[in-house]
Design a protein around this ligand. Structure first.
Ligand code: HEM
Length: 117
């Protein structure tokens, strides 16, 4: 069970890597667009995070305030990605730079909270 939990943590971190990696790739290519890959990474983070938020195996101690803050951040990232992607599709233009930066900062911030809190 402990190994299974660690595998889910690994997938949870992969979710972050996919979202943040896709964001860095867009920034490095100076395209500044939101991509489906960012959505998929966020979905993976959410599903694995929810699975990890249950106290298994027995005896595991969880920091629920920290988990709650990360859930709020994830929902905000999802909202910004959804809004930005819709506008991007409508106009064909990259998202507003402030929205693009917000996703990177929040994604990195959630990982920092996970590791440092
Ligand atoms: C973008 C959003 C998120 C990022 C970047 C992120 C990042 C991380 C990282 C790096 C870890 C491993 C380090 C650690 O154990 O503290 C972790 C663990 C964990 N995360 Fe997240 N997370 C996010 C969202 C969520 C959400 C939405 C939930 C739950 C609803 C969640 C629940 C958990 C739990 C329960 C653990 C494992 C704690 C443990 O077993 O010790 N995370 N997260």
């Amino acid at each position: 069970m402990e190994l299974l939990r660690n595998v889910v943590v690994l997938l949870h971190i992969v979710g972050f890597a996919v979202t943040f990696g896709a964001w860095v790739a867009e920034a490095a290519a100076r395209r500044f667009r939101f991509t489906r890959v960012m959505d998929y990474g966020l979905l993976l983070s959410l599903l694995t995070g929810l699975a990890l938020a249950a106290p298994w195996p027995a005896g595991v101690e969880l920091n629920y305030p920290k988990i709650g803050v990360k859930l709020v951040i994830l929902v905000v990232i999802g909202g910004v990605l959804g809004m930005g992607s819709a506008r991007q599709k409508r106009t064909g233009e990259p998202v507003a730079r402030a929205l693009f930066v917000t996703v990177g900062v929040l994604s990195f911030g959630a990982a920092a909270i996970a590791v440092l809190w």
